[in-house]
Design a protein around this ligand. Structure first.
Ligand code: ADP
Ligand code: MN
Length: 177
């Protein structure tokens, strides 16, 4: 391998989508089925303080993208990761072999986010994000089109089917020669 790096033997998958579309549920099941490492970026940011404080307006941590990328670089080079985050434009393009964008019907998503306690502009901003397919656009602008896949995540059956097809994909993945 070039630059002294070892070619990875397992793929890296990015699972992205609007909050509430099922990233963590899907990624956990996929990690269980494949033994890939599940990295919940939001949790890592909190645990390792990879942020620049809390944003009162947006009601979330202001993620420090450089710190997050530095933190993940070695693991990503090693391969075998599922990265779970509601954003995708700041990760290096070379990290991922597959980029999954989960999508949910907006009335279904509204109920999920309400149940999670989202209200007001936090709720409506996320519903708008889903209606305008912001994450799918972001993924298409940030990664080669042939590795970006949009998957419907409205029901438990959708999760089962998505996990099964991604598990098959992982099983048949080989490093590029
Ligand atoms: P995210 O990580 O994208 O914010 P979660 O995986 O935490 O989303 O899911 C949010 C909530 O919605 C959870 O209660 C989860 O059980 C539910 N949920 C997510 N995806 C689905 C789905 N496809 N069908 C039914 N419930 C779902
Ligand atoms: Mn999540």
């Amino acid at each position: 391998a070039q630059n002294g790096s070892v070619r990875k033997s397992r793929p890296n998958i990015l699972v992205t989508g609007t909050p509430g579309t099922g990233k963590t549920t899907t990624s956990s099941a996929l990690a269980e089925a494949t033994q890939l490492r599940h990295i919940i970026v939001g949790d890592l940011v909190k645990e390792k303080n990879l942020h620049d404080g809390w944003d009162d307006q947006l009601e979330c941590y202001l993620i420090n993208e450089d710190l997050v990328c530095d933190e993940l670089e070695d693991l990503m080079e090693e391969g075998g990761n599922i990265v779970d985050y509601h954003g995708c434009d700041f990760f290096p393009e070379r990290w991922f072999d597959q980029v999954v964008v989960l999508q949910t019907d907006n009335t279904v998503l509204y109920d999920r986010l309400s149940r999670r306690g989202y209200t007001g502009s936090k709720l409506s901003n996320n519903i708008e994000c889903e209606i305008f397919q912001v994450l799918l656009q972001e993924a298409k602008e940030s990664y080669p089109e042939d590795i970006v896949v949009a998957l419907k995540s409205d029901t438990i059956e959708d999760i089962t089917r998505n996990v099964a097809s991604l598990t098959d994909w992982v099983g048949s993945w080989h490093p590029a020669t």
